[in-house]
Design a protein around this ligand. Structure first.
Ligand code: LMR
Length: 340
């Protein structure tokens, strides 16, 4: 009788101690933030993501850890939004042109050609009430917006020189998954092809598409200068990012760890936005130095001609983005669509 009781007691003690052990292990295991993105490490976004990881990992005292997966290593465009919603990754920084497929098409206002004259105009939107309102639209999708990170202003590239609107006619060009960008390309008589960023180099190399548009930092770090003859400095539109996190994960983070992330994100955002302009200027210089792609500036008159054709996209896309929202952006930035 005693022996049976002792065995029973022993079993209870054993399962109790293994329960304590599992809990202790669970307490020790760091919270992991998988941060996936599609660009090279040596870009404004790549550098800011690494800086963010460094800060969290230094300050997290082993309780929280950020793992960065660059260059579409983990997920490519078209997969990563799904991955964050499923919780397979916790953090992403997709370009603002990639929120349409998620059902938040208002972000495509950032794709409207020529809408921002410079970074200062853009920041009046991203750092103001409009930027915050846009982030609220992500919440029902299970996503929380944390910050806006800059990249830069896009240039057109192709194997043909595209200085005037007529030069574009009939070309096939890769775009991101944005209806506004589709309409921009159609306004130029281009056949747009939505394609994941990771596939662009090969598509240019094999002639699946004739050209594309990108800020110089993406163009250079993806080696597009090896497979494109011309890069025209059109600066006709903006490309930047929203840093987003899985809402359930975010809401469940213990307050002390969340504070570490918030502070690191603020610092990395300042860093990202401080380096973006120079990174793009340096990449333009690197493209020139490569001697492979000819970098062609536009005169003010040539740029106006392009603007005259592309500005129509604003009206055309009112139904998608909202006429009111577009007007509010104009008001915030002082942009006048009638001034060419
Ligand atoms: C693109 O697909 O061209 C860009 O969004 C890539 C990026 O993240 O900068």
């Amino acid at each position: 009788m005693n022996t049976r009781r002792n065995i029973l007691l022993g079993l209870i003690c054993l399962s109790f101690s293994s329960l304590v052990q599992t809990q202790a292990q669970a307490q020790q295991a760091p919270v992991i933030i998988k941060f996936s993105h599609v660009v090279a490490k040596d870009t404004p976004k790549g550098k800011a993501a690494d800086q963010f990881a460094r800060l969290v990992n230094e300050r997290g005292a082993g309780k929280i850890k950020v793992e960065v997966y660059p260059n579409s290593q983990l997920y490519k465009d078209g997969e990563e939004m799904n991955a964050i919603q499923m919780g397979a990754v916790q953090m992403l920084a997709p370009s603002l042109a990639k929120f349409g497929p998620l059902g938040v098409k208002e972000f495509e206002l950032f794709d409207l050609p020529f809408i921002f004259d410079d970074y200062a105009a853009l920041h009046r939107v991203t750092n103001g009430p409009l930027g915050a309102e846009l982030f609220k639209k992500l919440e029902p999708k299970g996503i929380t917006g944390l910050a806006y990170w800059d990249n830069g202003f896009k240039d057109f590239s192709a194997n043909k020189l595209t200085k005037t609107p007529a030069d574009f006619k009939g070309l096939k060009m890769r775009i991101q998954s944005s209806k506004v960008l589709e309409s921009e390309m159609r306004a130029l008589g281009v056949i747009p092809q939505v394609m994941a960023f990771s596939e662009v180099y090969q598509a240019l190399q094999t002639g699946v598409v004739d050209g594309t548009e990108n800020p110089p930092s993406n163009f250079y770090t993806q080696k597009m200068h090896e497979v494109q003859k011309y890069m025209v400095q059109s600066h006709h539109g903006y490309l930047g990012y929203a840093v987003i996190v899985n809402k359930k994960f975010w809401d469940g983070l213990p307050p002390d760890l969340r504070q570490i992330v918030v502070t690191a994100m603020e610092e990395s955002t300042r860093y990202a936005n401080a380096i973006a302009q120079k990174e793009n200027a340096d990449s333009t210089d690197a493209v020139k130095a490569s001697g492979k792609t000819q970098v062609v500036p536009l005169t003010p008159a040539e740029r106006s001609e392009l603007k005259k054709v592309l500005i129509k996209v604003h009206k055309e896309q009112e139904g998608r983005i909202g006429a009111d929202l577009i007007k509010r952006v104009y008001k915030e930035t002082g942009f006048d669509p009638n001034k060419l």
